[in-house]
Design a protein around this ligand. Sequence first.
Ligand SMILES: O=C(O)CCC(=O)C(=O)O
Ligand SMILES: [Fe+2]
Length: 337
Amino acid sequence: MTDTIDVLLDEAQSLAGGGRLEEAIDLLADANRSAPDHRVEQRILELRHVAADGVLAAATPAPWPRPAPDRFPSGEIPEVAVDDLDSDTIASALQNHGSLLVRGLVDPERAAALRDTIDRAFDGAARVREEPGADVGPDLVPFQPAEKYPFGIYERAFANFGSGVLGVDSPRAMFQMTDALEAAGVRSIFTEYFDERPVFSVKKTTLRRTEPGSLAGWHQDGAFLGTETRALNVWTALSPCGVEAPSLDVFADSFDHLVPTGGPEIYDWSVSDETAESYDTSKIVRPVFDTGDALLFDHMTLHRTGVDPSMTKTRYAIEMWFFAPSTYPMEQIPICF
Ligand SMILES: O=C(O)CCC(=O)C(=O)O
Ligand SMILES: [Fe+2]
């Protein structure tokens, strides 16, 4: 017997086979919104990856950076409510203050669903670490990119080292997160920001469950993403953090260069406390996030996990790096948003 999911997947397959990838994705996403199904979510993720090839091949860079006068002279991290988020606000905040705090990017109900999905993905990933190659069901489905991309063991070990699970290994998390961002208008805002359709990274989209006492090292993600790319990280807190649970520490300042790396020995691109403190420490901010608040920042922003010994709670978050396709760092492996 053919069930309705098979029919839906077949229909999407004929659209995709005819080159109509976006329509196939939209068809599946619309169906999944009202009746979530793991097979559909996995297919959406695969199609988003396939679609990235065409988007990258057709990409042409827009003039960059766009002019962005400082609309936030206070010196703190600029803050907006999600309803006031637009591309000019992002450009102004990032170019003049390094980041932008968006209150209420993901609503509490979606955040609760994402926390549950993250717990399931962490359980699944732990089981796969015990028994490599095991099929642990739909909560954790190791993503397989196109063959041309080397990917797998190292990336999963690295995510685990940083209290994370790769977002793409949970098709449900990817559906829930892209859907939440789309509901908040992020797709069109980012398209306007880059003046190109945004794509996000397979390797740098991470589900995080960060315990008190976690490692923290200053860094700029541009140290490995490259300085010339056009990137935008959406770091979304899915539980309250910044007081009892680890947040982020961020320089509320824009950097036009990579600061010297070299210790502590967490990552190759870690920046020592001494080096970080040679910059203006009065600009270091540890934002207090409520569930669903997000920090937007780029690859030049100097930051670390914001943790101290007084903290007692675990924090849930998703880190998701978006790029202009014309400057996509290919080793990051692209997915269409
Ligand atoms: O979640 C964290 O503590 C670290 C996040 C981070 O470094 C990033 O989003 O680039
Ligand atoms: Fe980072």
